[in-house]
Design a protein around this ligand. Structure first.
Ligand code: HEC
Ligand code: HEC
Ligand code: HEC
Ligand code: HEC
Length: 161
């Protein structure tokens, strides 16, 4: 009888331990805000006094856009199997140069006759270039396809206040 009690106590303790471990794993996953606010990061150039508001939840649920349209791995391969709660890296971890490509830098590339493909690759190292390409290219395609202007393409429609 005593033995039974002790055993069930151990079982309860083990179950509790597992529950805590599970909770810890769930909490450790990356959570995402429904609405993400991007602050300018360079401290210079255009729109330093403005933020960009991105409705993550709406893009996902209302506009029905899969995770892989925006999130990819270290080789640029779309993370189509991503699930809510999975760890996700911020864009800046890979597109790590702040802001856009400076005009002199672009001029230099042209002068050195860097190929278009390499220019594109080097541009993508910049955070704002990667985001602009991701956000604006989709918006352009969407507007064209649907003969609308609902997806913002103009600077101040995203860099609002
Ligand atoms: C339309 C584009 C888009 C779609 C679709 C999308 N995301 Fe995101 N997600 C982003 C952007 C942009 C960020 C902000 C990244 C940053 O701050 O560098 C982000 C941030 C996140 C973060 C927070 C990362 C952090 O450390 O702050 C998580 C988690 C996440 N997304 C998961 C998902 C999952 C899961 C899906 C699919 C169910 C998904 N996302 C769909 C664009 C998207
Ligand atoms: C783990 C590293 C990593 C993270 C995190 C990452 N990227 Fe990338 N991204 C890459 C690589 C590698 C490429 C391919 C670059 C090339 O082809 O030169 C790429 C390519 C791109 C491209 C061009 C190709 C395409 O898919 O259209 C865009 C736009 C882009 N990333 C935007 C983003 C955005 C927005 C985020 C955050 C939501 C993000 N990336 C997060 C590594 C990353
Ligand atoms: C794969 C396609 C896709 C990508 C990538 C994408 N969007 Fe959108 N976006 C849409 C669509 C579709 C709409 C909705 C148009 C409508 O109202 O019918 C939209 C609407 C918006 C709107 C206005 C309505 C709202 O939801 O607030 C803003 C602002 C916006 N997007 C910002 C962004 C930003 C910032 C990014 C990049 C971080 C981004 N989008 C990436 C497809 C996309
Ligand atoms: C679809 C939304 C969208 C549109 C349209 C857009 N941007 Fe952006 N822009 C962003 C996002 C998202 C970022 C990255 C967050 C950040 O750095 O503030 C960004 C970053 C920037 C930055 C870097 C700010 C910094 O200091 O880090 C500059 C400069 C910029 N954009 C200028 C422009 C200009 C100029 C236009 C018009 C030709 C434009 N953007 C159009 C969404 C947009």
């Amino acid at each position: 009888m005593e033995d039974m009690k002790r055993r069930s106590l151990i079982l309860v303790a083990a179950a509790f331990g597992f529950a805590m471990l599970f909770a810890a794993v769930v909490i450790a996953g990356t959570t995402v805000e429904d609405v993400i606010t991007f602050e300018p990061i360079t401290g210079e150039g255009k729109y330093q006094d403005r933020t960009v508001t991105f409705s993550h939840k709406k893009h996902n649920e209302e506009y029905n856009i899969g995770c892989g349209e925006c999130h990819h791995d270290e080789n640029g391969k779309a993370l189509t199997d991503l699930k809510v709660g999975d760890d996700v890296q911020k864009c800046i971890e890979c597109h790590s140069k702040p802001g856009e490509v400076a005009t002199d830098e672009k001029m230099k590339w042209r002068k050195e006759r860097v190929s278009r493909k390499d220019q594109q690759k080097m541009s993508l190292e910049y955070h704002a270039e990667a985001l602009h390409e991701n956000c604006i290219e989709c918006h352009k395609d969407y507007n064209k396809k649907n003969k609308t202007k609902d997806a913002p393409q103009a600077c101040t429609q995203c860099h609002t206040e």
